[in-house]
Design a protein around this ligand. Sequence first.
Ligand code: 13P
Length: 252
Amino acid sequence: MRKKMVAGNWKMHGNLAENEQLLNAIIPSLSELRANVQFAVCVPFPYLSSVQNLLQHTNIALGAQNVSQFDKGAYTGEVSVAMLNDFGCSYVIVGHSERRMLYGESNALVADKYIAAQHGKLIPILCVGETLEQREAGITEQVIQEQLRAVTEKAGVDSLSKAVIAYEPVWAIGTGKTASPQQAQDIHASIRQGIAIQSADVADELTILYGGSVKANNASELFAMPDIDGGLIGGASLIADEFIAISRALNN
Ligand code: 13P
């Protein structure tokens, strides 16, 4: 059975006190939920250690938001997979649209980061998605298939059995605009179909998250769609009641 997942992407938010307050509010509620949903929070690098401690003996996994494609070396400011392993990370987001757009990460670089993560036994959460311009030009599926192909050509389709994909339409991130459940479902189905051409088994088992203004009030209808296996949550992951409600919506 496909694994379901709710992951928070805290982006560049939080501080020691706020993080502790947030997690102390979330942990007890999530601990009551069933075991077939994976929960995770992807936190800024400086907080990995403190959040690792707070998450001990909980059902919430730890993730990072970025990683270097290199093992080690003279790469000022970068963080390696081994460093993330040191702090008990299980997940790392690769190819978030904010990194693609603001830091010029190409499909090829994202594929290298994905491969590096898997070499280090981290599960990459590979983000794909189109801009508004691309959607309006009618090339959404083409853009996403290219983003995926860059990874499967380098890493092989079987690598997706140890990865999670997040479909995040760029126009829906932080804008309050959500893809309608049907719009999201259509893209999730096309992602799964594209992968099924290479491996039906991998496609069937692949967890595909939706991200982009998921909130407590729209999570249930998104998660009801057959190819939406959970969410990658930005803003709402910083509000305990919202994150709990979204997690419950998937757990139903
Ligand atoms: P929002 O939920 O704030 O739109 O962010 C989505 C996102 O980018 C998660 O990675």
